[in-house]
Design a protein around this ligand. Structure first.
Ligand SMILES: Cc1cc2nc3c(=O)[nH]c(=O)nc-3n(C[C@H](O)[C@H](O)[C@H](O)COP(=O)(O)OP(=O)(O)OC[C@H]3O[C@@H](n4cnc5c(N)ncnc54)[C@H](O)[C@@H]3O)c2cc1C
Length: 650
């Protein structure tokens, strides 16, 4: 099992709020707790055997099958025990508390999810409890020479979720670093995407770092503002801002073999060019960071205002306006229901409908009682985090497999078909007009493009049925002075055009120019087949460069976790250089191709290889540069320690 150093966890020495809590407050809070989480947590803390023997049942909650207590009596038993525990803990002073024997953890976690956790996945799952919030930090295998350490300088490009974690981990490891960020603040995606309705579709408890496990989640799915709060907290709590050069964009990197350093060219707020030299670079420039503007005839002729959703103007006021929204991916479907109530008219230009996954309570806040448990029931945040992460199980990615023996015109497997049927059932439940059901039913199989999570109470389907909405599906011919001419010749005059047209997802590292060891650029290397990397983070010929959210790192693990394991991998490579007095490390070309063949082979058996899917999960080169076909525990295993047989160190 993973080594966890729980002693490093910042368990509050006192819980003053609990000390003064009434019995009624405790009972009310526990009533809102997840009984399975309470069961595993209490078992971990007390070892009470009655919790282990509880009868269970499997039932569907939203879209997922979930194991839960068999009946009311079992739920009542767990809640009673939780109330008793909290009262006892309160009455004994609510001081620091031990998380119970670590050997018990596998069993306690299994009690939460109602199944034994397979041994291959256990280390990842234990890590995800964040009982050790620094489990994905570098622990030096021996003390580095201070001079060598001081002379090894790292530049991190970008201060979004990935760059902030990299900065913090470098700081903890004592490796000198600086961050260069083109924006005026931290947060990346959530600093830039402030359109109405912008929020995560990954549960917020899984969308933070291990060290952020106790950060409050007032929404189960955080809005952009809540996400931004988290990044500001990371930057302030760990005093990272002073190491970030804001308003400065990196344009080029050139590897200088003689000095074994990267020469980095950047431009600051006044346009002044700066040159920075560093031994290593971590690129954390994001995957969905550069807006993708369509190329439509006449775009410049439009006399109203227009903008991309990632550039939402602070003074945008759509009240009483006629608005066109071009694009209906996740962003369009999040935005449209928010603007319809106030706009005079909204014209939606939809090329491809998306599969909708209704999640009850998607837009609702977290009940205050649950937040109370987060603050007052020791380790509640940890076990809730684990429960959320475990989701549909450790082999979640296998749900995307194409079953070669499954014959169906629309679906690729039994589970894929069931998901499709549930989504169509949802469309039918929301839409009165069968014609609209047909229009909103995607042609591509479920999961061959990113499905859109929606709140069944109010979502895009409600918006499309409003009197002030027109849905145009036949395409756009041109944009003109007053609005948009559709392919069928109809003219749609508008005051504002919003481009919800996504990002240049497959243009990894764009628009930076990166020249490697022999002067070849990454653009040259990728010219014929698009972006690839070894383990998603290293490229042969480009020493001491690691990419976060690089090629084929979408999926497998949620983004925060993927950033963490990749960053730890990069730091372990740097540790090797520093301890061994070496200058450079890069992926060997044979290892790069071997890894990519496994990735391509795996992806060819996933639903996103379906020819009906046209989206950024599949490239024009006939492969996916974004998706990873591995489970989370396989990803962790690949990145757990550098395999120096695959790397060239000099
Ligand atoms: C609207 C939207 C919703 C999303 N929802 C989810 C979700 O629910 N779940 C999920 O897992 N993912 C989601 N994503 C993906 C999201 O991008 C990642 O979750 C995460 O934010 C990536 O973090 P990052 O640090 O890798 O990149 P980013 O957050 O994109 O940060 C990159 C940073 O690098 C900076 N930068 C870029 N180029 C340069 C340069 N040349 N010089 C200097 N600085 C530079 C940028 O300014 C930015 O600050 C969403 C994306 C969008 C756009």
């Amino acid at each position: 099992m993973a080594t966890i150093q729980v002693s490093e966890r910042a368990d509050p020495s006192e819980r003053p709020e609990l000390l003064t809590a009434s019995d009624a407050t405790i009972e009310d809070a526990v009533e809102h707790g997840d009984p399975m989480v309470l069961r595993g947590l209490l078992y971990q803390l007390t070892g009470d055997p009655e919790l282990k023997d509880m009868a269970l049942k499997t039932a569907r909650v939203g879209r997922a099958e979930s194991v839960m207590p068999a009946g009311d009596a079992e739920v009542a038993m767990v809640r009673r025990k939780a109330v008793e525990f909290l009262k006892r803990y309160r009455d004994s002073g609510a001081g620091p508390i031990d998380p119970g024997p670590l050997e018990r953890l596998p069993e306690s976690l299994a009690l939460i999810v109602g199944e034994t956790i397979k041994s291959e996945a256990l280390d990842l799952m234990v890590e995800e409890t964040a009982l050790d919030p620094w489990a994905r930090s570098l622990r030096w295998s021996r003390k580095p020479d201070p001079e060598r350490l001081e002379n090894f300088k790292v530049t991190v490009i970008g201060a979004g979720m990935g760059g902030l974690n990299a900065a913090l981990q470098l700081k903890r490891a004592g490796i000198p670093y600086q961050v260069i960020e083109k924006n005026a603040g931290v947060g990346g995606t959530w600093y830039e995407n402030r359109y109405p309705g912008a929020r995560v579709d990954t549960p917020s408890r899984s969308y933070t770092n291990l060290f952020g496990v106790d950060f409050p989640c007032p929404y189960p799915y955080g809005t952009y503002a809540e996400n931004q709060k988290y990044y500001d907290w990371v930057a302030d709590e760990f005093d990272l801002r002073k190491d970030i050069t804001f308003n400065t964009e990196v344009h080029s990197l050139r590897w200088d073999e003689a000095s074994a350093q990267w020469e980095i060219q950047a431009s600051g707020p006044d346009g002044k060019q700066q040159t920075v030299r560093s031994n290593a670079v971590i690129s954390a420039v994001g995957f969905l960071n550069r807006p993708n503007m369509p190329d439509i005839e006449g775009m410049d002729a439009f006399e109203g205002r227009s903008w991309h959703t990632a550039r939402w103007p602070d003074d945008a006021d759509l009240r009483g306006k006629r608005v066109a929204v071009i694009g209906t991916g996740c962003t369009g479907y999040q935005l449209i229901p928010e603007i319809v109530p106030d706009a005079a008219h909204v014209t939606v230009f939809q090329r491809t409908p998306q599969w909708l996954f209704p999640v009850p309570g998607y837009l609702s806040p977290t009940p205050p009682q649950l937040l109370w448990l987060d603050r007052n029931l020791p380790f509640h945040t940890n076990f809730m985090r684990f429960r959320t992460f475990y989701g549909a199980g450790p082999d979640f990615v296998r749900m995307f497999d194409i079953d070669p023996n499954f014959k169906d015109p629309h679906s690729v497997s039994e589970v894929n078909k069931a998901a499709r049927e549930r989504s169509i059932e949802f469309l039918r439940s929301k839409l009165d007009d069968p014609k609209l059901v047909e229009i909103m039913t995607p042609n591509h199989p479920v999961w061959s493009a990113r499905p859109v999570v929606v709140d069944p109470e109010y979502c895009i389907l409600d918006a499309l049925q409003a009197d002030n909405v027109t849905l145009v599906t036949g395409g756009i011919r041109r944009i003109n002075r007053t609005g948009i001419e559709a392919a069928d010749g109809s003219q749609h005059d508008v005051d504002v055009i919003v481009y919800a047209t996504g990002f240049r997802a497959n243009d990894f590292l764009y628009p930076m120019s990166i020249a490697g060891r022999d002067g070849t650029t990454i653009a040259d290397l990728w010219a014929e087949e698009g972006a690839r990397a070894y383990l998603g983070c290293m490229i042969p010929g480009f020493p001491n460069l690691w990419t976060l959210y690089g090629p084929n790192t979408n999926g497998g693990l949620p983004v925060a976790q993927f950033h963490e394991v990749t960053t730890l991998y990069a730091l372990k490579c740097m540790e090797h250089l520093i301890l061994e007095g070496k200058a450079a490390v890069e992926a060997r070309e044979d290892a790069y191709w071997r890894y990519n063949r496994i990735v391509d082979e795996g992806n060819s058996r996933k639903v996103w290889a379906d020819p009906r899917a046209h989206n950024y999960w599949w490239t024009k080169y006939g492969r996916s540069a974004s998706q990873i076909p591995f489970t989370g525990y396989e990803v962790r295993e690949f990145l757990q320690r550098p395999d120096f047989a695959d790397l060239e160190v000099r």
